[in-house]
Design a protein around this ligand. Sequence first.
Ligand SMILES: [Fe+2]
Length: 72
Amino acid sequence: MQPPADSTDVVHVIKGVIDAEEAAIEQYEKIIRLCDGYDYVTQDMCITLLADEQQHRREFVGFLKEYESQQS
Ligand SMILES: [Fe+2]
């Protein structure tokens, strides 16, 4: 994620975080599929990490909604 030209552009930063969370979610989902039937320990760890990233995404989607509602 690149810093915004305007360092006070909070929406840009929040959207960048959401994009990063979504990229992490995609990677964990990929690893979970690859591990299926071969490596249950890694798969279990990635399921836990996936849940963490999904929680982060939920938080930042909430921050975005809250911030945008205050701007209007
Ligand atoms: Fe995260």
